[in-house]
Design a protein around this ligand. Sequence first.
Ligand SMILES: Nc1ncnc2c1ncn2[C@@H]1O[C@H](COP(=O)(O)OP(=O)(O)O)[C@@H](O)[C@H]1O
Ligand SMILES: [Mg+2]
Length: 502
Amino acid sequence: MFCYKNGARLRHNTNAAYAPFMSSHTTTSSLFATSVSASGSAAPALDLATAPSLTGSITLPARSDLPGHIGKYRVLRQLGEGATSDVFLAVDDFLHVEVAIKRVRSWAVPENPQGQISGRFFAAEAALAGRLNHPNVVRILDAVGDTESPYLVMEYVPGVTLKSFCRSDRLLPLDQIVELGFKCAMALGYVFRQGLIHRDVKPANLLAVLDAQGHITDVKVSDFGSALNLNADSTQVHRVGSLAYMPPEQIEGGDVDCRADMYSLGAVLYHLVAGRPPFDAPSQMALMHQIYHQPPQSLVGMRSGVTAELDAVIMKALAKHPQDRYTDWDSFGRALSDLVARQLVPLARLHEVKDSERFNMARGLDFFADFGDVELWEVVHRARWRRFPVGYALFKRGQEGNTFHIITQGEVEVIREDRHVATLGAGTSVGEMAYLAPNPDLRRHSTDVRVTEVCTTISFSPESLALLSPQTQHRFDRAFIQVLVRRLHAAHEALAHPRRIM
Ligand SMILES: Nc1ncnc2c1ncn2[C@@H]1O[C@H](COP(=O)(O)OP(=O)(O)O)[C@@H](O)[C@H]1O
Ligand SMILES: [Mg+2]
């Protein structure tokens, strides 16, 4: 029933997870390529999606065989390799930017019979060039197909894949795992709204961004080679993915929807928490049997700090039937961020405010109602977030200023000539008049603004706002216009009906 990628040249490793697992929808045959152990225990520190058996039977380019250039890009080093492609770090010497180049291996190009499938992978990913624009999705900048070895040019992500954190001796703190899960859920929600199902969500396809100290600062979903485009007419390869993270309906080759990716993300989170995937068996048949029939072992007790609630959130994603999983990505994301907000996961750094909390806080505010996810993430990352005690003078009358605040929590009062004129709460902006002022005179605050209830604000100066993308700046402009129109309207009302207002 099964045949192997690249025919007899690939030996079958019975201890392995089955990386790109696929078959044509119209035939019963399936194609497997082996990968490193799903438990991660045998995985090398470096992430190689290629199976030991694969490297044993196919000659991959040695380090000395690094191409000097790919197109106009100068190759610096190899970053990784997948089943059908090599990924290199390269530099655009003209623009001085580093990029990651994913090049289809020459034995896998469409002229070779086994290359037909990888050709489709390439086409699936190439079609997305320039289309996906989300802070937690790897950007595909360009695709060059008219060459012997077609390649994709991507944003370079400095870091490692999440496979590095699947080993039981290298597990991440639980709150960080939940935070990464939240970001992936929001990113996959964006991907789904673009009409795509990823179909190969697994640790090796989630890139962790590391800072100079080696701490994870962000995560990006990558490798859209298996993605199903719900809006495309052309025949697409069905039944793709890696068995260890694959839901029952995808193994069956039936129709999949976004809940298949939810299951896979659940399986990734399970692996990151437990140090082993939800199912692990010595043969593919046994593994499939478990995926169909066996509930995953509870995470409670498998690791200290795992609450019943954390277990339940991951188990819901891993439900056998899609209808028992989350109905949409937002619900999955909310379930994850609630765990942090309600302190149902131990917080490694107690007073740290998580990006997920900030994102949700901003999402709930009137001011940001028209901001899309992408713009909102930019606000979360670029704004200055501060907390002010009761009595703090946010602005003083007569002072010149051009920083504005959006209140996310708490309250401030506005005082004009010792008279209380207004109380402002979450979702309102203060200081925007001075910010928008066309000349220095008008930049002077005409009121005092004092904190009356411990207050968290998001603030921007003209300089920090200018660093945002044009789309996000445009959203701010529109939000300010709405604020000004509302104020103008209120002022007119006050003039027309002074009694009623007072
Ligand atoms: N944009 C990137 N930046 C840094 N490393 C990358 C990038 N894309 C891929 N890699 C590395 O290359 C490996 C293989 O890339 P991937 O796109 O998953 O290929 P495949 O489709 O062959 O699985 C990844 O596991 C990762 O280690
Ligand atoms: Mg991959």
